[in-house]
Design a protein around this ligand. Structure first.
Ligand SMILES: O=C(O)C1=C[C@@H](OP(=O)(O)O)[C@@H](O)[C@H](O)C1
Ligand SMILES: C=C(OP(=O)(O)O)C(=O)O
Length: 434
């Protein structure tokens, strides 16, 4: 495959797509969404909201309408809600259901069934919801909503936008004021969109950066017209690919650059990557720009653990950039990566080793000594990379394959469809091999 050139557009943001369907389903009237990500994770959210009464229709590629039932009027689902591979669908919907007078069972695939749900079970139990879960607080899980729910003040013990959002969504149908205290800021799409739909939500930031978010319950949401910006977490694969494949000069249009999401691009620039922001603008209440990325000589860095929440899903592909950089890259504070779709620290250590990279695994990160731009020397085609039902491992290693002597083969590309169904065809277009 050749260098990455031309102009491409990545699909809509996954986090914003989930939320537009959920909030659309809770507004009274018709919400129109364009640029919706049609990945399996978002389709799981849509199926669940349909099962609870919303009418959700696809009109054209990315163009959807959601006719909502109103806060407080979700219906009892007749069957278990199958969340597939999606942690966001599961945790946010647990929040929604927990303040409605309904009972729902949540199931998921083998990866999702290993992920911890106690982080949402704990606060949602405090509002009065009741749970029966598999050992360790895992799926399958049955939730009986509280009605009326009790407003809580909850300080997040882990930096997680999913936990924060679950509590705020529960607060929508809880009388009084629900408060979430967030010592480390995480993606703020829920706050932005809840306000956009007319919820009474305030955010106070103290001198230490701690955010106190308050939402007034029994909200009346107004239907919206939403344009979903391109997903920076999907753009990330093409940004790193263009940086590490010599001769690349690629424009990725319409990339969401919400500061709570965009730290990867800052880190790559600190490593020497040429990433220009063209035509900065606002799309659907989120900052957006086109990114021009040119192949660059990268140098290893120490990644400040304070930026982890703003690039939490981008570490697998950052590790690939580090494996091609000159010198050492050190990452710390990545404990959360061990409870994603796979243990992303050990999965990427094993995968990059197969591809011939020099990697050391620590308790909370990886230390990577890069090649200085030489292709990775391994023979990963002989021994297939194991992706553990994790889309980000599959796509990161596909990118590593572009800068590897023997190429990289992954055992299973199906999980890519959870977040980025057109990844392979877009890569073929950008590399001129379509
Ligand atoms: O709120 C969201 O949309 C997400 C939050 C993050 O998870 P955590 O809240 O578990 O960090 C992220 O990893 C996930 O892909 C999407
Ligand atoms: C962690 C991720 O998603 P989720 O938690 O929704 O499964 C991801 O997309 O990288």
């Amino acid at each position: 495959m050749g260098p990455l050139t031309g102009r491409i557009r990545v699909p809509g943001d996954k986090s914003i797509s989930h939320r537009s369907i959920m909030l659309g389903a809770l507004a009274v009237g018709r919400t129109r969404v364009t640029g919706l990500l049609e990945g399996e994770d978002v389709l799981s959210t849509a199926a669940a909201m349909r099962a609870m009464g919303a009418t959700i229709e696809r009109h054209d590629s990315g163009e959807w309408t959601v006719d909502g039932v109103g806060v407080g009027s979700l219906l009892q689902p007749q069957q278990a809600l199958d969340m597939g591979n999606s942690g966001t669908s599961t945790r946010l919907l647990m929040g929604l259901v927990s303040s409605h007078p309904i009972t729902a069972t949540f199931t998921g695939d083998a990866s999702l069934s290993k992920r911890p749900m106690s982080r949402v079970i704990d606060p949602l139990s405090q509002i009065g919801a009741e749970f029966t879960a598999a050992p360790g607080g895992r799926l399958p899980l049955t939730l009986r909503g509280a009605f009326p729910a009790v407003p809580i003040e909850y300080c997040l013990p882990v930096a997680s936008a999913q936990v924060k959002s679950a509590i705020l969504l529960a607060g929508l149908n809880t009388p009084g004021v629900t408060t979430v205290i967030e010592p480390v800021p995480t993606r703020d799409h829920s706050e932005r969109m809840l306000r956009g739909f007319g919820a009474d939500l305030s955010v106070e930031v103290d001198s230490a950066g701690t955010r106190t978010i308050r939402i007034v319950g029994e909200a009346d949401l107004k239907p919206q017209v939403i344009e979903v910006p391109g997903d920076p977490s999907s753009a990330a694969f093409f940004v790193v690919a263009a940086l590490i494949v010599p001769g690349s000069d690629l424009v990725i249009e319409n990339v969401g650059l919400n500061p709570t999401r965009a730290a990867l691009f800052d880190m790559l620039r600190a490593m020497g990557g040429s990433i220009e922001e063209l035509n900065p603008r606002d799309v659907g209440g989120e900052p957006v720009a086109d990114l021009r990325v040119r192949a660059s000589a990268l140098t290893g860095i120490n990644v400040d653990p304070a930026v982890v929440p703003s690039m939490v899903d981008e570490f697998p592909v950052l590790f690939v950039a580090a494996a091609l950089a000159k010198g050492r890259t050190v990452t710390t504070g990545l404990e959360e990566l061990r409870v994603k779709e796979s243990d992303r620290i050990s999965a990427m250590r094993a995968a990059l080793e197969l591809a011939g990279a020099r990697v050391t695994e620590t308790e909370d990160g990886l230390i990577i000594d890069g090649t200085g731009g030489d292709p990775l020397p391994g023979t990963a085609t002989a021994a297939q990379v194991v992706t553990h039902l994790d889309h980000r491992i599959a796509m990161s290693m596909a990118v590593a394959g572009l800068a590897s002597r023997a190429g990289v083969e992954v055992d299973d590309t199906r999980p890519i469809a959870t977040s980025f169904p057109v990844f392979e065809s877009l890569l073929a277009t950008a590399t001129g091999s379509a």
